[in-house]
Write a protein that binds this ligand. Structure first.
Ligand code: TRP
Length: 434
């Protein structure tokens, strides 16, 4: 449950629709699903297995399983990616928090206040909400990753799904929505290029919380009688379904917004997807509902989204915090204060310069996480050995060896996943230079 809470977050509701819009719709979704299934899922199983076997933070885990200089570097890379992702993730999470107030102020007729919170470029306001969000995350982290997260995820996730479904029904009462649906469901294969595959792979890693040891750390809290493969399948399904639902709401809503005069296409007639588009489109949809219903759906949507983002920032911060606790002998409180303080300062800088969001996301989501995943596969297959991983996965998975799973997973983690990730990273790099 906590892993599902980590996976479901802004990546699903902000990241996925933005990427779909940016990459031509249904063809992106197709490649994205393939990435989740043939790269994401096997890597998630690997992270859980390494975590549960070592019961350590990422750096400690890789150190425990082998010697040499390379393994701890994979963990350190993960810790760094986590810190960098948090720096921009917190700003977007701050926006969702702010929009709860925007909806309330709007309902109460306080238009100056509601416009102030809705201004995504206001650095001072952004920094306030960013800091508030980080303080909430740090508060929960100092208490340890508690049962609270699991309970909150268990109750709030179904409500989020319900709100999404109702909103989808509502959006299809408007003109333009069907045009959005067409773009969302009918793939245009001519859109598939290296850049699309690169974005889809990065988005898969980001949305599933892979490649930096977050799920490895959560795996270290798993019990021996829990079935790792089953858990990974559930987390992947929940995450993919919520992303697909969010897109089904937001892409048609973009086309509806076009009718009310918001620019959603660039000069070439391509959907123009900026980091802020989701936050332009959705509040307008809630406003169109008007009155109490607008408030009800608007405020609950942003409350749920903030909670989803919170369970994600917790998992992002837990990695560097547990690293400093285990490897540098700091207390949980001290570690949280130090890491949290540094990240907060950096996030404030980003909240004043929101164009950093795109840059950081490209470097750390699209390159950093897949690279982390690649190193993890290489480590598992060539340092720790996949037989040992299978031994670990056996706990909680009865009759594992009777089925095809061990053989298939081994081929994926040893050859297919590292090959595909390397291929995507290398071709992208090549295109960039050439
Ligand atoms: N998966 C989360 C989302 O979709 C973000 C996230 C949380 C994450 N923990 C992570 C991304 C670890 C990469 C690695 O919003």
């Amino acid at each position: 449950m906590a892993a599902a809470g980590s996976a479901v977050g802004l990546g699903n509701i902000w990241g996925f629709p933005t990427q779909v819009a940016d990459n031509g719709g249904a063809s992106f979704i197709l490649i994205y699903l393939i990435c989740c299934l043939i790269v994401g899922l096997p890597v998630m199983i690997a992270e859980f297995a390494i975590g549960r076997n070592t019961r350590r933070n990422p750096v400690g885990a890789f150190k425990k399983l082998s010697s040499g200089w390379f393994p701890p570097l994979i963990g350190l890379w993960g810790v760094m990616c986590g810190v960098m992702i948090l720096c921009f993730y917190l700003v977007i999470a701050g926006w969702t928090l702010g929009f709860i107030f925007e909806e309330i102020f709007y309902y109460m007729g306080m238009s100056t206040a509601s416009n102030w919170v809705a201004d995504l470029g206001n650095g001072f306001k952004n920094s306030i909400f960013t800091v508030l969000f980080m303080l909430a995350t740090m508060g929960i982290i100092t208490g340890g990753v508690s049962n609270g997260i699991e309970r909150a995820t268990k109750t709030l996730m179904p409500v989020l799904i319900l709100v999404l479904i109702i909103m989808i029904g509502y959006v299809f009462t408007f003109d333009g929505s069907v045009e959005g649906l067409r773009m969302y469901l009918l793939p245009d294969f001519s859109m598939i290029n290296t850049n699309l595959v690169f974005s889809a792979l990065g988005q898969a890693f980001f949305s599933l919380s892979l490649g930096m040891g977050a799920l490895l750390t959560y795996g270290s809290y798993l019990k021996k009688n829990q079935n790792i493969v089953e858990s990974a399948v559930y987390v992947t399904i929940a995450d993919v379904c919520i992303a697909i639902l969010a897109g089904l709401l937001i892409i048609p809503a973009m086309f509806v917004a076009q009718y009310s005069g918001i620019t959603i296409m660039d000069d070439d007639g391509r959907l123009f997807a900026s980091t802020t588009l989701v936050f332009d489109v959705l509040p307008n949809l809630f406003k169109s509902m008007g009155g109490f219903f607008g408030l009800l759906f608007g405020a609950s949507f942003f409350i749920l989204l903030s909670m989803a983002a919170l369970t994600s920032t917790i998992s992002l911060l837990e990695v560097p915090v547990s690293y400093f606790i285990d490897e540098h002998r700091l207390s949980r409180r001290r570690s949280t204060l130090i890491v949290g303080g540094v990240v907060m300062a950096a996030a404030i800088v980003v909240s004043y310069n929101i164009n950093f969001i795109d840059i950081l996301a490209t470097i750390f989501n699209n390159v950093g996480l897949p690279l982390g995943g690649l190193m993890l596969c290489v480590f598992l297959a060539w340092y720790w050995k996949s037989e040992n991983a299978i031994e670990e996965i056996k706990h909680g998975f009865e009759n594992l060896e009777d089925g095809y799973f061990p053989a298939v997973w081994k081929i994926f983690i040893k050859y297919i996943c590292p090959f595909l990730i390397a291929l995507v990273l290398i071709t992208t790099l090549y295109n960039l230079i050439a």
